[in-house]
Design a protein around this ligand. Structure first.
Ligand code: SAM
Length: 298
């Protein structure tokens, strides 16, 4: 006799059946847009290059559509969900799997160190998530900068945010967000995801972003505080020249020194921040550090 397999949770018919059975009402304030497109789901799984030894942290499992697929492919999944109404649903939908821990927590109030502490024996640590859009960047930075750092992050987010993160100099989306991320991890868009892939449909399209830790970072930042202050100030008024933005930062009386630094870096006098590759920002911050903070300049 052929055994009838239940449909995957992500299947639109099964998703609707689960939502109806529990009378679940979406909360817009929690960014609840559930994925019901199997092709997109497979794209996420491929992008994560999942291995049987992986320890995966998922943020916001919802009713478990992605969680289930992860559990079939990796050693252990830890899924962090803030909405307690989803806990009984997850207990039901994920019952067949013994390698999933659902943690009822706000992801912003916990850390990868805490979430992974119970699982010392594993291969890579990966974070895979269809993120709640309202907190995409705080979540991403808390993961990148935490004490335990993931090897890979595969994150579904609003398309425009992914475009800003992956942009290079010369691109209109390039800015401090691109630099803050790309100095720490490689960033690539794996797929663009139409809004029709979710219930309820969000007002924007999405993208799956893949961040990987550098094996050998191409960037050596000697003066991180100066670097981040300069990057932030340089993009404060994008249309203004770099020179003007730096004069606002260091003082109008430093204009001459600023012009000299820009010339020595082989940059055009009226260059704008969005034209500067990351390495030039590093060179710029080194030069500004020497000129404006060493005793020599006082
Ligand atoms: N993973 C599911 C899917 O792909 O269908 C749901 C994704 S939905 C975009 C975002 C999920 O994150 C929701 O389940 C929501 O309740 C949860 N969430 C929102 N804010 C959260 C937070 N601060 N910490 C943990 N989970 C959160």
């Amino acid at each position: 006799m052929v055994e009838i397999q239940p449909l995957d949770i992500a299947d639109p018919i099964r998703t609707q059946a689960i939502l109806r059975r529990y009378g679940f009402q979406f909360k817009k304030s929690l960014g609840q847009n559930f994925l019901t497109n199997k092709a997109v789901l497979n794209g996420i799984l491929d992008a994560a290059d999942l291995q049987p030894t992986d320890l995966v942290v998922e943020i916001g499992p919802g009713i478990g559509s992605l969680t289930e697929q992860l559990a079939r492919r990796v050693k252990q999944v830890v899924a962090v969900e803030i909405d307690e109404r989803l806990l009984p649903i997850l207990a039901d939908t994920l019952a067949p799997y013994n390698n999933i821990e659902v943690v009822h927590q706000d992801i912003l109030k916990t850390s990868l160190a805490e979430l992974t502490a119970n699982y010392p024996d594993h291969g890579a640590i990966k974070v895979v998530a269809n993120l709640p859009y309202y907190i995409t960047t705080p979540i991403m930075f808390s993961l990148i900068n935490g004490e335990v750092q993931p090897d890979v992050l595969v994150l579904m987010m609003q398309k425009e945010v992914a475009q800003r993160i992956t942009a290079n100099s010369g691109n209109k989306h390039y800015g401090s967000l691109s630099i803050d991320v790309q100095t720490q991890m490689t960033a690539e868009i794996a797929q663009i995801v139409p809004r029709t892939s979710f219930v309820p449909q969000p007002n924007v399209d999405s993208a799956v972003l893949v961040l990987q830790r550098y094996q050998h970072s191409p960037y050596q930042i000697d003066h991180p505080e100066m670097f981040s202050t300069i990057v932030k100030s340089s993009f404060q008024q994008r249309r203004k020249s770099l020179q003007n933005n730096l004069a606002n930062l260091f003082g109008k009386d430093k204009r001459e020194q600023i012009t000299q630094i820009i010339t020595e870096l082989d940059l055009p006098a009226q260059v704008r921040a969005e034209q500067l590759p990351i390495q030039k920002f590093i060179d710029l911050s080194n030069a500004c550090f020497t000129t404006f903070t060493s005793k020599r300049s006082k």
